[in-house]
Design a protein. Structure first.
Length: 293
């Protein structure tokens, strides 16, 4: 591997205190290597679980970027994106695992579909169920009702519409956005949209990136002929009540910022106080739910 070698694909993994998951992720990529030329970059957000030492010792083929603090998901990914110059970028969470041909099929699809700015695979949960990894951009009303009802009645019509729960998950589909837990990005498209917005510390940065893709005329696809496993929450696991509430606060702040960033110049901005109230209720319900566990 030469210093200035051009790769077709850059695989980027952000890790924060998720060493065991990260090892499984890296091992799966090594076991099911893409046929195209590729490089792997791990960005460690100041983990305290020995991640840096293990990657240095056992994964010498991996480029390691060490942050001196937890810079968040978007900023860490951006640092790796800016350090690479490949045709495609695969963002994949440390708590994911690829299967045979997972990456090759995504690349083949993107090569054939030149309007695809982003493509996301079918994502399988730890229990074997299919994750709702492709969704609609939430309207103010759906976002608010989903926030309130998801902890009370998860199968409510607002959440189902937002999650695209009723689409055929076996069919290739144009969708509003796909999960950043695993997404293939065309660099040519990214040069037009700009990299991830670092004002999102965590959550919703994937939604926003897909939104920018659509604004620039690129398409976002759900591509079920590629599959990956995702131990959802594994890279951010925290069983403490404070951890659950902190995550919920971060999520709702990101949702609010998404609406402010993208809709503040429209009449929809008048609905922001109502959305703020509804997101606050979501945080309260998360607190109660975890308090009663």
């Amino acid at each position: 591997m030469t210093e200035n070698q051009f790769f077709k694909l850059s695989i980027i993994i952000v890790s924060y205190n998720s060493l065991n998951y990260l090892k499984d992720c890296l091992d799966s990529i090594n076991n099911y290597k893409p046929s195209a030329s590729f490089e792997i970059t791990v960005v460690d957000n100041a983990s305290s679980d020995g991640t840096v030492e293990v990657v240095r010792k056992y994964y010498t083929h991996v480029k390691l970027i060490e942050n001196d603090r937890n810079q968040g998901f978007a900023a860490a990914n951006n640092k790796a994106i800016k350090s690479t110059d490949s045709e495609y970028i695969l963002l994949i969470n440390s708590d994911c695992r690829v299967y045979a041909n997972s990456i090759d099929r995504l690349l083949e699809f993107a090569d054939v579909n030149e309007v695809a700015g982003i493509a996301g695979p079918r994502i399988i949960n730890s229990d074997g169920s299919v994750q709702f990894s492709c969704r609609k951009f939430p309207s103010f009303f759906d976002a608010g009702m989903h926030s309130i009802l998801t902890n009370i009645a998860p199968d409510n019509p607002f959440s189902r519409r937002y999650k695209l729960a009723d689409i055929n998950r076996d069919e290739i589909s144009e969708v509003d956005w796909v999960s950043g837990s695993c997404m293939l990005i065309r660099r040519a498209a990214l040069k037009q949209t700009g990299i991830m917005d670092e004002k999102y510390f965590m959550y919703v940065e994937d939604t926003d990136l897909c939104y920018q893709m659509w604004k620039k005329g690129w398409k976002v696809y759900y591509f079920p002929e590629s599959e990956i496993l995702h131990h959802i929450g594994g890279s951010t696991k925290n069983n403490a009540l404070t951890g659950a509430v902190t995550s919920s606060v971060r999520m709702q702040k990101s949702v609010l910022y998404f609406f402010w960033k993208n809709y503040r110049k429209t009449v929809k901005v008048l609905l922001l106080p109502l959305l703020l109230l509804l997101l606050g209720i979501r945080i309260f319900l998360t607190f109660i739910k975890n308090l009663l566990k």
